[in-house]
Design a protein around this ligand. Structure first.
Ligand SMILES: Cc1cc2nc3c(=O)[nH]c(=O)nc-3n(C[C@H](O)[C@H](O)[C@H](O)COP(=O)(O)OP(=O)(O)OC[C@H]3O[C@@H](n4cnc5c(N)ncnc54)[C@H](O)[C@@H]3O)c2cc1C
Length: 436
């Protein structure tokens, strides 16, 4: 079994590298593809796709392998692995980056930071550019520079019939709309062209910790500061256990001159009396990698998220209801996310005020049911206040999940586009399928 005109690496069950090649970030995913095609070029992607279609194999496309459901890994199917296509070319003069479809966020950050540049990327550097961008992309620069997908100038896309298209606001604009937050499923993106911004190389984080009994007042004060928050700052609140002690923190992440960032601190300090405060100056690259170890591979994982348009006191109380719940985080959205008209992209929740996420990790499969149930039950406490959820945090095989991620009108438009660009549903390993 070979693929004609394929110059990458083909890996089958029993070959060296097979188990590594089918392993993704969430250790709960344990599926065995019939073949892994590690593609080195756009031509390889075209050849692998043609082969998979002719052989009648279900096809998955992998970039960073961080989707919670392990979407790219198909049982008995073809896994098109883009990870060799991880090049990042930065042109500091035009402030553009050309990024391979299999690149990780860390490579993009490192390439751009050589020139003091960056674009919005997620908070963990081993996440894939591919899946993150196709679902929207939220990070510490989103309030200043918009979603990751707002910063894409063009895509190179291999469609289900093997055509190689350049997609931009003037070339295949309908596809451009869909690729900006639609969650994928329209083809294989073999390269992304990103706009970069001169953000400098520095950052600052501030976290003020409270015992849970005092945290309600602190969280309300944190929320009441939202309206005057500069775009360089992303307010963050967390709840969880630190050294075994249940606590909550309020604070913010600042990208840019730390001295300017520090000026916000007095407002946060005036909210109450924290039991501890942690203020750190760090490089932007350290900021972007500081959670890499906590979010490491090889653990069993579950996540549940909500967007909230408002943050009433009752939602804060639900956030703080800790008992034995897993930890959680809330971050402020808004800013430049709202500069892009809602109709311009498939992404559907620009009007969210905050994003809530909870999640857990563990190693023993015997704990799967209880861990997942606890996270779901905790997140259900915030359900009455939610306006939907982020497609990239879907961790349940639930046909209704996509309805929380997209407005009805955008979902209908996405489904129509899917039918015209992928009528045979070749790229079915996405949250979006025509039947939903
Ligand atoms: C530790 C961790 C941290 C995260 N942090 C953030 C964050 O800060 N901000 C944020 O917005 N999200 C974040 N996420 C969510 C993340 O955006 C999604 O998990 C996303 O799907 C990851 O993309 P990936 O390429 O790594 O995943 P993959 O599993 O490789 O792919 C996910 C989906 O995208 C498709 N896909 C990937 N690349 C391509 C491509 N080149 N062409 C066509 N289809 C493609 C796949 O087929 C699959 O359907 C985080 C997730 C994790 C696990």
């Amino acid at each position: 079994m070979t693929i004609s005109a394929f110059e990458g690496l083909l890996i089958r069950p029993g070959d060296p590298g097979y188990d590594a090649g089918r392993t993704v970030w969430n250790a709960m995913v344990d599926r065995r593809p019939a073949m892994i095609a590690r593609c080195a070029s756009t031509a390889d992607v075209v050849a692998a796709l043609r082969y998979g279609r002719e052989a009648g194999l279900e096809i998955g496309v992998r970039c960073g392998g961080h989707s919670f459901l392990g979407l790219p890994v198909v049982e008995d199917g073809l896994l098109i692995d883009l990870s060799p296509m991880s090049s990042v070319h930065v042109d500091p003069a035009s402030r553009r980056a050309r990024v391979g479809g299999g690149a990780l966020l860390g490579a993009l950050d490192v390439g751009a930071q050589r020139y003091g540049l960056a674009t919005t990327a997620g908070n963990v550097s081993h996440t894939g550019v591919g899946g993150l961008t196709l679902g929207g992309g939220i990070g510490w620069l989103a309030r200043a520079h918009g979603l990751t997908c707002d910063n894409v100038a063009s895509y190179e896309l291999v469609t289900a019939d093997g055509a190689v298209l350049r997609v931009s606001d003037t070339e295949h604009p309908e596809l451009f709309w869909a690729l900006r937050g639609g969650g994928g499923g329209f083809g294989v993106v073999t390269s992304f062209e990103f706009r970069l911004h001169p953000v400098g190389t520095q950052a600052l984080t501030a976290d003020l910790f409270y015992d849970l009994d005092d945290a309600g007042t602190a969280l309300r004060g944190w929320r009441d500061l939202f309206p005057g928050t500069p775009r360089q700052a992303t307010p963050v609140a967390r709840v969880g256990r630190w050294d075994g002690r249940p606590m909550a923190s309020i604070g913010y992440v600042w990208v840019g001159d730390p001295d300017e960032g520090r000026q916000l601190l007095t407002q946060y300090q005036s909210i109450g009396k924290p039991v501890q405060q942690r203020v750190r100056e760090l490089t932007y690259l350290d900021l972007q990698t500081q959670s890499d170890d906590d979010e490491r591979h090889a653990l069993r994982r579950y996540c549940k998220g909500h967007y909230l348009r408002t943050l009433p006191d009752a939602a804060i109380d639900a956030f703080l209801a800790q008992d034995n719940n897993p930890g959680a985080r809330m971050t402020l959205n808004g800013g430049a996310i709202l500069d892009v008209p809602d109709a311009d992209t498939a992404y559907s929740h620009r009007d969210a005020l905050v994003e809530f996420t909870t999640g857990d990790d563990w190693t023993d499969p015997a704990e799967d049911v209880a861990r997942i149930a606890a996270a779901r039950a905790y997140a259900a406490g915030l359900e009455p206040y939610t306006s939907g959820s982020y497609v990239n945090t879907i961790a349940d095989e639930d046909a209704t999940a996509v309805h929380r991620a997209y407005s009805p009108a955008k979902l209908t438009r996405l489904q129509q586009l899917k039918r015209s660009y992928d009528p045979d549903n070749v790229f079915n390993r996405t949250p979006l399928t025509p039947s939903q």
